[in-house]
Design a protein around this ligand. Structure first.
Ligand code: KG4
Ligand code: ZN
Length: 337
C-alpha cells in the first residue's frame, strides 16, 4: 500500500511516498530555515507563506521521484496537529483538495506520532516499546502499546528539551537552531566545566522541567558578558548539553526499570543529538534491552514519518472527511480530528 505523506507543521514543507509504513520510495523537503536564521527563530508568517509557495511543487516532485502519479496512491496522510497553525493549515488544505480531486482517503496524522514512526522506516520494529519523544516543542516519555495506542508516562511541565537548547544557543550568540549548534560546539568543549543542578519535579516520577536549567545557563552567559570576561562557549555548550541529556535519560531509566520495557525508542528532532544517541546506547546496553534511533535524515521534520504513521492509522480505520481542521495543540494519546 502506497501512502503519500504531507508535512508542514513548522518550517519544512515535506512530502514522501511510503510503502507499507516502512519503505520510503521518495522523500522531498523544502525548508525556509535560512530565512528564519536572520531572526533567531521560526517566524510563523514567513513559514506559512513559504509553505503556500512550495507545497504544490514538492508534492509533484515527490510523485515523480517515486515514479508514480496520484492515481497509484492508496491514501493521503497529512500532519494536522500539533504545530504552527498557519503552517499546518497549508498542508491540511492542500491534502484535502488533493484527496477530494483524486478521490482518495484522507488520513490525519499527529506530528509526534509521526516522529515515533520514523523508527519503523527500514526496520522491523514493532510495539510495544517505551519511547522518549524530544523535539523543539515537546518532551514526552510514552508507552507505545500498539501503532495507534499510546500512553503518556511523563512530559515536560514547561520548556521542551529542544526549546531549552535553542534558547541557550541564542543566548550564546550561536546560529539557529541552537540545538544543532550546541551539538557541534560541544565536541570542542569540556562537559564537566560547569555544573547544573538537575531540576526536581514534584508529584511525578517521570515529568520533566527544563526552564530552570535554561535560566541557569542564560544567567551564566549574561553574568560573564556583564563582567566583560572571557567565556568558553564550547565548555558551556558541552556542560549544558550534558545536563539536558542526563535529565532526559535519568527519567527514561526510571521508566525502563519500573515498566520492565524490553525495547526503547528515541524520536523527534533532538534524537539527532550525538550525546543523546551515545548515552542512550550505553543506557540500553546496561539494561540489556534494544534501542532504536531514527536514521539521521528522519530525525528532523520530514514527511516519510507521516507516510509511515499514516499507513498504520489508515489500517486502523482513521480517515477524515473534508471538514478536517488543523490544531496548534493536540495530546498524543487522545487524538481528535
Ligand atoms: O522535531 P523537530 O525537527 O521539530 C519539532 O517538531 O519541534 O525538532 C526541532 C528541535 C530543535 O529544537 C532543534 O534545536 C533540535 O530539534 N535539534 C537538535 C539537534 N538537531 C535538531 N538538538 C540537539 N542536537 C541536535 N543535533
Ligand atoms: Zn517535529
Amino acid at each position: 500500500m502506497k501512502i503519500l505523506g504531507i508535512e508542514s507543521s513548522c518550517d519544512e514543507t515535506a512530502a514522501a511516498v511510503v510503502e507499507d509504513g516502512r519503505k520510503v520510495l521518495s522523500s522531498v523537503i523544502a525548508t525556509s530555515l535560512e530565512e528564519h536564521k536572520l531572526y533567531g527563530g521560526v517566524v510563523p508568517e514567513i513559514a506559512s507563506r513559504r509553505h503556500a509557495e512550495s507545497i504544490s511543487g514538492v508534492v509533484s516532485e515527490v510523485l515523480e521521484q517515486a515514479n508514480c502519479t496520484v492515481d497509484d496512491i492508496d491514501a493521503i496522510a497529512v500532519t494536522y496537529a500539533p504545530g504552527l497553525i498557519g503552517s499546518l493549515l497549508v498542508g491540511v488544505n492542500f491534502a484535502k483538495g488533493l484527496a477530494l480531486a483524486a478521490d482518495k482517503p484522507l488520513v490525519p496524522v499527529h506530528h509526534l506520532r509521526g516522529h515515533i514512526a520514523s523508527n519503523y522506516i527500514d526496520t522491523e520494529l514493532e510495539p510495544e516499546f517505551l519511547c522518549l519523544v524530544v523535539s523543539g516543542g515537546h518532551s514526552h516519555i510514552v508507552l507505545v502499546k500498539d501503532y495507534t495506542e499510546i500512553e503518556v508516562i511523563g512530559k515536560t511541565r514547561d520548556d521542551a528539551a529542544g526549546e531549552a537548547l535553542d534558547k541557550a544557543g541564542r543566548a550564546m550568540g550561536l546560529e539557529y537552531p541552537g540545538g544543532v549548534s550546541i551539538d557541534k560546539l560541544s565536541k570542542e568543549g569540556n562537559e564537566n566545566a560547569f555544573e547544573f543542578t538537575h531540576p526536581k519535579v514534584n508529584d511525578s516520577l517521570y515529568d520533566y522541567s527544563f526552564s530552570g536549567l535554561k535560566t541557569a545557563v542564560i544567567n551564566i552567559i549574561h553574568n560573564a558578558n556583564q563582567k566583560g570576561g572571557e567565556i568558553n562557549k564550547a565548555d558551556i555548550a558541552a556542560s549544558f548539553q550534558k545536563a539536558v541529556v542526563d535529565c532526559l535519560l535519568e527519567k527514561l531509566e526510571l521508566a525502563i526499570e519500573n515498566t520492565g520495557a524490553k525495547q526503547v525508542v528515541i524520536a523527534g528532532g533532538v534524537s539527532a543529538n550525538s550525546k543523546l544517541r551515545s548515552e542512550a546506547e550505553k543506557l540500553c546496553k546496561k539494561h540489556r534491552i534494544s534501542l532504536s534511533i531514527p536514521q539521521l535524515k528522519y530525525c528532523g521534520d520530514n514527511a516519510a514519518m507521516i507516510g509511515a504513521q499514516g499507513y498504520f492509522e489508515y489500517k486502523k480505520g482513521v480517515v477524515a472527511d473534508e471538514s478536517l481542521n488543523a490544531y496548534a495543540t493536540m495530546p498524543i494519546d487522545k487524538i481528535n480530528y
